[in-house]
Design a protein around this ligand. Sequence first.
Ligand code: HEC
Ligand code: HEC
Length: 241
Amino acid sequence: MSFRRTVAFAATLAFGAAAAAQGTAPAPAATAAAPAAAETAAAPVKPGDAAAGQGKAAVCGACHGLDGNSADAQYPKLAGQNEQYIVRQLNNFKSSARQNPIMLGMASPLSEQDMHDLGAYFASKSPLPGVADDKLVKAGEKLYRQGDAARGIPACMACHGPDGRGNPGAAYPQLAGQWADYVQRTLKAWHDGTAWGSDDHAQIMPTIAKRLTDADIAAVSTYVEGLHAAEGAAPATAAAR
Ligand code: HEC
Ligand code: HEC
């Protein structure tokens, strides 16, 4: 499955062999991001350095946890999240394509290299699995693994992986272990018309979330919180504890 890369995403890859191989060039229509892209071209960004990222992540720890396992569900877990997705979101916050006043402030001073180092650091950590609600987990599992063809809902695992680890190459995020409250809030926002920018990549989730009911969202959110990356598809449930 391939989606046309757009400016924010192309900018994050502009330094890399992947972009070169695909001949990706920022579209002329998207010159808003040209200064950033030009800087990137002038000083090639190196792949993220987790050791350098650790120092830069001290400030993030207050909310996201020092190892990316936040203690509070209002802050998404970053532990184990892939570098590409983290870089994309930090660029999204910085450009306000994804609107959040706190993260706008946090992302604004970061260079492209900082974003990669931070991404590499958090990617090197392991997410602590949460616990799924026993009453909802079956419905959530069905949606996650099979989708609902009759309603045009694809299986979540097609992109986020059977074990919820995501797909780094495509910047599809890890969902395994993520706080259900955060997942629910994010899916609801997409359902209600929010989008993280206007590129094709950013249209994927709003399109899917519009087809989800509140019950679907509650079920799939608790399912992913209990999903253990290490144990494949078997989620922990409250009952199992
Ligand atoms: C004061 C609290 C706070 C601090 C400090 C903070 N963040 Fe965040 N971060 C948030 C909140 C709140 C969200 C959720 C935003 C939303 O709902 O869209 C978030 C979301 C994110 C996301 C998106 C995660 C996802 O799963 O989509 C990334 C990436 C991120 N932060 C990285 C960082 C980095 C890197 C730092 C340090 C440079 C940092 N944050 C510092 C509060 C914080
Ligand atoms: C065609 C691929 C695809 C499918 C299928 C898909 N997703 Fe996604 N998902 C994405 C992409 C791409 C993003 C990142 C969006 C962005 O960067 O704007 C994402 C992001 C998310 C996030 C935000 C994660 C975070 O850390 O903030 C959640 C939650 C999510 N998807 C849930 C689901 C659920 C639930 C399903 C099934 C009903 C699903 N996705 C199906 C591609 C997909």
